[in-house]
Design a protein around this ligand. Sequence first.
Ligand code: SF4
Length: 252
Amino acid sequence: MDKLPEDKNTKLYRHLKKWLEKAVLDFQMIAEGDRVLVGVSGGADSLALLDLLNSPMIFVPRFSLLAVNIDMGFDDSYGGFDILEKYLSANDYQYIMEKTDIGLLAHSDFNKKNPCFLCSRLRRKRIFEIAAARGCNKIAFAHHKDDIIETLLINMFYGREISTMMPNQRIFGGKLHIIRPLAYLPEKVIKKYSQERCFPTVKNKCPTSESSRRIYVKRLLNELERDNKDIRHNIFKAMGHVKPDYLMQYPK
Ligand code: SF4
C-alpha cells in the first residue's frame, strides 16, 4: 500500500476510509478494472468522496477515476471553479469541467415551481453522456447517509411512495451503475473531514438551495433529533428492515 502523506493519515481519515470501503464491499460497488466517473459539484461532500476514492484502498479492487464537474451556470464572480480546477490539476486528477446553463434553464419562467426536478435531470443526462464518451461504467455520487434518510422522507411527503437513493443502482440494463460510496457516512463527519483537509469548496449559488424540500426535511429532522438523538440512524436502519406484510395492501 502506498504511504499516505503525514497530514492525511489522521484518525478522521481512517474512520471515513473504513466506512467507505465497507459500503463499497457490502454493496459490491466496485470491481477490478472499473472506470469510475466521480461527480464533483465542488461541495465538501463531493471533494471528500474524490479524495477518499483516490486514496490507497485496503480491500477494494483496483479501478480508475475521472472527476467531472458540471458548472450549473450560476454566478461565480469569486472564481470558485477556477480554484477547483487548479486543485484538480495540482493533484493530478483526470478531470472534465464543463460550463452549462442548466441551473438558469431550470429557474426560467416556465419551470419556476420545481426547478430541482429539471435541474437534476439535465445534469444527470449530461453526466451519463460524458460517462459513455469516456468509457466509464460506474458513476459515483457523493450522497451520504443523511441524503438517503432525507430522500426517503421527501419521497413519502411529496411523492406518495416509500423509496430512496440506492447505494448501488443498475441502469441502462446494467451498462452503467450509479454508486454511492458515502452511504454509511453522516454529513457532519464528511464536513469535518473537508475542513480538516482544507478542500477548496465552491459555494452553491443556486437560489433554490436554501428553500428546497431537502432543506425543509433537514430542519424537521434537526427538530426531532432534539427529543430523539437516534432518529436519523433509526430511520436509516428501518430501510433495511421493511415488513411488507405490515404495509397497506390496497385492493386492485
Ligand atoms: S437546489 Fe438548485 S442546484 Fe440543487 S438541484 Fe435544486 S435547482 Fe439544482
